[in-house]
Design a protein around this ligand. Structure first.
Ligand SMILES: [Fe+2]
Ligand SMILES: [Fe+2]
Length: 193
């Protein structure tokens, strides 16, 4: 039986926000795994960290955040919600802030061999900041921004966005890659959950 999280099931959504909320739930699984990693003593499990960072960079950022930035936010702007100053500006700023933390995590990880102690401190600090940021960010979108979207957009606009989300994924990630990241999320959850 097909997993409820496969890309093909996007077409069953009525609203663009439902698709994005489902991605939030997948991202949260990986955030939970990262939290476990920040609590594990001993040597840094580099392979697991790399897997989590790969997911964050490609699924959370390239697939998910870019759908919001390139497709969802412009749709809101068409309804008169400005890009600067309001909730859209804040979401954009937080995406960028998250990228900074992830970059610092990658740098820390690259020093794991030479200076494990310093690498660990650097990695954990940035990972914890990222977790805090992204969890709050997701809550704001689920509870505030997506409510705005749902009251602003027509059913046709939702359908159009859902189609554009699929096109975005094919273009940015390529066919089948969505499933690869779902498998990575599950694997991390199984190994660390
Ligand atoms: Fe976002
Ligand atoms: Fe989001």
């Amino acid at each position: 039986m097909a997993s409820p999280l496969t890309v093909h099931e996007h077409h069953h959504f009525e609203k663009a926000t439902e698709a994005l909320k489902q991605e939030h739930r997948i991202i949260e699984k990986v955030l939970g795994a990262v939290e476990k990693l920040t609590k594990s003593p001993g040597e840094i499990p580099v392979e697991l960290w790399e897997k989590a960072i790969d997911f964050i960079r490609n699924f959370a950022d390239k697939c998910h955040h870019l759908k919001e930035e390139g497709l969802l936010f412009p749709a809101l702007e068409e309804h008169g919600i400005p890009r600067e100053g309001g909730p859209i500006g804040m979401m954009l700023f937080e995406h960028e802030e998250g990228r900074g933390y992830v970059k610092a995590m990658v740098t820390a990880l690259s020093h794991a061999q030479q200076d494990p102690q310093a690498a660990r401190t650097e990695l954990f600090q940035n990972a914890r900041a990222y977790l805090r940021l992204l969890r709050e960010h997701i809550a704001k979108e689920d509870q505030v921004l997506f409510e705005m979207v749902d009251s602003a957009l027509t059913p046709e606009e939702h359908k159009k966005l859902l189609r554009e989300f699929d096109e975005h994924e094919e273009k940015e990630l390529g066919a089948g890659i969505h499933e690869k990241y779902l498998a990575i999320a599950k694997d991390l959850e199984d190994r660390l959950g």
